[in-house]
Ligand binder design. Sequence first.
Ligand SMILES: NC(=O)c1ccc[n+]([C@@H]2O[C@H](COP(=O)([O-])OP(=O)(O)OC[C@H]3O[C@@H](n4cnc5c(N)ncnc54)[C@H](O)[C@@H]3O)[C@@H](O)[C@H]2O)c1
Length: 259
Amino acid sequence: MSTQTLTEAKMTHHDLLKDQVAIVTGSGRGIGLAIAKRLANAGATAIITDITEEFASSGAKEITDSGLKAFPTVCNVTDVSSIEKMTEEVMNKYGKVDILVNNAGITKDTLFMRMKLEDWSAVIETNLTSVFKVTQSVIKNMSKANYGRIVNIASVIGMHGNFGQANYAASKAGVIALTKTLAKEYASKNVTCNAIAPGFIDTAMTQKLKPEMKEQYLKFIPLGRFGQPEDVAEAAFYFCTGGSYITGQVIVVDGGMFM
Ligand SMILES: NC(=O)c1ccc[n+]([C@@H]2O[C@H](COP(=O)([O-])OP(=O)(O)OC[C@H]3O[C@@H](n4cnc5c(N)ncnc54)[C@H](O)[C@@H]3O)[C@@H](O)[C@H]2O)c1
């Protein structure tokens, strides 16, 4: 490829999401921030939403510091009024939402026999009911515009279960089923809805696991390393760019751990 063609290819690549607006929940750090960066890198304005002002601002700053477009706003995904406020703010400022990435999530791990109802409810609320709430708030605008890309961050645990993660597994299985239902209901509106099921990704969420547990997981990863947030971001980017004929699917990003 000549230098000129290479430059052109690069420019087109950076333009793929030009003028698009992408909301990513829980994008102050970790996988959400990596996804926001990837979309911004392709020309989108990334709406960085997180539970605190501080998280949202620091995430957005990382993006704007590198010359890309981002806008921080607080959004607690468990709180309908906070969600409505965020959607309204984005609609007033940009007039549309092209991409929604439901990424915010938490764990409260403990064996089933010790799991309290509040551990169950907090994880279901934050990981699953949040997807219902945020999507309800945003999807009507996509539907009207006859365009939308929704990407939900599920987990391989939602497909296979895991010791100590009854709440988390159930929440992520719910996200997968919700993804497929939205895909069916909104396909006629040119809104696609897909999910990503990451395996073990190196973020704050997994950094709190005991070293011996991490060693154990590593043995089951054929690619021999933990995933990076950027590995997940690449799949999200694909759903928002090349994947216009793909809906209702779950792509597993786990280094081959489950196959
Ligand atoms: N790290 C992994 O191995 C892994 C594997 C599979 C799936 N996931 C999923 O990926 C997503 C991102 O996780 P991560 O690993 O980047 O973890 P993380 O803890 O680094 O990031 C989660 C983000 O969500 C935000 N958040 C939490 N509760 C919120 C709320 N109520 N409202 C708004 N924001 C909230 C946090 O402030 C944080 O910025 C989660 O849905 C998680 O379940 C992670």
